[in-house]
Design a protein around this ligand. Structure first.
Ligand SMILES: O=c1[nH]c(=O)c2[nH]c(=O)[nH]c2[nH]1
Length: 301
């Protein structure tokens, strides 16, 4: 009997990058651009390539890269969720040994300011992840859209008090602090509500992807600005709840937020100077890290 066995495996290409210029035939100089980084990993009947050095089943990762680029040229890559569905259905249909795929597409935030000129609002990104297994059929998949690296700060209207106190506590309660974070908001789609990968590939759901992503960004920024935040925990929960309320195709909304601390300088040593919440030290580390995943109550389905 062999000493070992293959517990699991997957392979493919990561960091496949392209810039797609989308041209409007009616307005030849009016463009949209997408700069994207794509990962495609294949799942399937590749066991003997690991256990017997038999490469016959391997679709080379170089072929995976070529496929991503040819489909980026031939197909509409906007929105990235549609392009992910396109790649998933292609790879699982073309090769009988491919039984599933895991896809990740990261889109940079190029914002148009003239017909064909753009500003990179870096580091903000939109990300789509898709996990699909052929056995389940195109109605069953796991797709998420992620808003990432949107850095925000508010200089007042944030509090933190009433927390657990013990012999390890030094933190002072506050009703007026600086609050800053790098937003990461993950939207998990409900395939039953959204529709099949075939419908997504056809572009029938483009409007939902565009509306929901814009809405997520708007709600996040609005609640961050307008709420007198009692804590990161309470604010992120309110954001997720509002997104679920306004977007019935989503099953879960998650947030992952670092609490980037700005620490008030004590300037009393200088003739008793009162800081008055005006001068802070941007502390690079450590940071708080607060996460939650919010779902819909059964009665609100
Ligand atoms: O919003 C906050 N949540 C915490 O859990 C926490 N912990 C802490 O030290 N400061 C904060 N702020």
């Amino acid at each position: 009997m062999a000493y070992s066995y293959l517990e699991s495996s997957t392979y493919g290409k990561d960091n496949v990058k392209f810039l797609k210029v989308k041209k409007d035939p009616q307005n030849p100089k009016k463009h949209e651009v997408m700069e994207a980084t794509v990962k495609v990993l294949l799942k399937g009947a590749f066991e003997t390539s690991y256990t017997e050095a038999d490469n016959a089943s391997i679709v080379p990762t170089d072929t995976v890269k070529n496929t991503i680029l040819i489909h980026a040229k031939k197909c509409d890559t906007f929105p990235i969720e549609k392009f992910a569905a396109e790649l998933a259905l292609h790879f699982t249909a073309k090769y009988e040994q491919v039984h599933g795929v895991t896809i990740k597409i990261i889109q940079d935030k190029w914002v148009k300011y003239e017909d064909h000129s753009f500003v990179l609002e870096s580091p903000e990104k939109k990300v789509c992840t898709l996990d699909y297994d052929l056995v389940n059929g195109p109605q069953v998949y796991q797709m998420s859209t992620i808003l990432k690296d949107l850095t925000v700060l508010k200089s007042t209207n944030s509090m933190f008090y009433g927390y657990n106190k013990c012999d390890y506590t030094t933190l002072k309660p506050t009703t007026d602090r600086v609050l800053s974070t790098d937003i990461m908001s993950t939207l998990d789609w409900n395939p039953t509500k959204l529709g099949s990968l075939v419908d997504i590939r056809k572009g029938l759901k483009d409007h939902i992807f565009n509306k929901t992503f814009g809405n997520t960004r708007d709600i996040t920024l609005k609640i961050f600005a307008e709420e007198n935040s009692p804590s990161v925990q309470a604010t992120m929960y309110n954001m997720a709840t509002e997104i679920l309320k306004q977007n019935s195709e989503l099953e879960f909304v998650s947030y992952e937020l670092p609490n980037k601390h700005y620490i008030l300088f004590d300037l009393k040593w200088h003739h008793g100077l009162d800081n008055d919440n005006e001068l802070f030290y941007p502390s690079p580390h450590p940071n708080g890290l607060i996460k939650c995943r919010v779902g819909r109550n059964q009665s609100k389905l």
